[in-house]
Ligand binder design. Sequence first.
Ligand code: SF4
Length: 368
Amino acid sequence: MALLERTDLLAPIREKVEAGERLDLEDGLQLMESDDILALGELADLARRVRGGGDEVYFVQNLYLNQTNVCRVKCKFCAFAVTEKQSDSYTYTGEELVEDAVRQRGLSGFTEIHMVGGESPHVDFDYYVEIVRRLHEAMPDVHLKLFTASEIHHMTTLSGLTHEEVLRELRDAGLGSLPGGGAEVFADRVRRLVAPGKEHPDFWFHVHDTAHRLGIPTHCTMLYGHVETYEERVDHLLRLREQQDRTGGFLAFIPLAFHPEHTVFERRGWRHTTGSDDLKLIAVSRLMLDNIPNIKAYWIMMGLPLAQVALHFGANDVQGTVVREEIFHAAGARTETEQKIPELVRVIHEAGRAPVQRDTLYNELRRW
Ligand code: SF4
């Protein structure tokens, strides 16, 4: 009986998925409100395969850097940012970043640098250009995936330039793509509550839109599990889908579970998202985002065991080796800060899938 009920509730959505039809807001809400987590996973995996997905699960060998932890914005969910006067503040020069990255490259041979940081009012735009130029000159074959849309917007306020002018200058210095941070949840209500100092989501979209039109691919995210409703989650996904329809430049979507430790939310009794919620969001993202090819199970947030399960809930990417993640660990993430390739390969194999090492642009480098 329970099986019949479950089949009935999701049957119209299944029919749409099988027919390759687009799901709408109502469908998204129906999926979010479903507690039948296994049925959601099965449906998301079906959607992934109907749209051409195979057994491949991707990962990249990458290095995480943060150029500064000084930030003026004060998002309430952030445990990473400090003021310049605090004793643990840092702002690395281009030279220091290059020295660090070159040393790490000797150890791990990464193909990508992922770097984001705070919005420091104590640097100028030339600082950013110089970082990119130096990293690119020192490691021209490493893809530079640098700076969130919020940071790009911050650079326009520092310099008086437009988004396009900033992006062109960074691209000419060696920037390869943008990570997806700064999106949080787009709904105004949520934004006012958790990130009142952050720019309006229209700017986030304008940066990504401009980047795509300049041929710079980008990523997109949602930071979920704080004050947002199911409807606000689905709305967020639909806005990303509309943007992808317009410009097609998103390489992947990465759902980011909120970690409350060391934030005001911890004092208010907020707890981590549950595994069930994490898997549900992976599944619903896959189902709603029919035009974004890759959904990442970000093991830094969810842990490797749950990321492995997420591979059966629509995810086809486990991000990468990472090497030294700081932002989510500042907020209490208890996962490792690095995974070695053999461990990622083992986890993917044991999920019954085929591990493929990729570059940032999803070109296959090695099949394990
Ligand atoms: S999330 Fe980013 S913008 Fe917000 S306070 Fe932290 S470092 Fe600053």
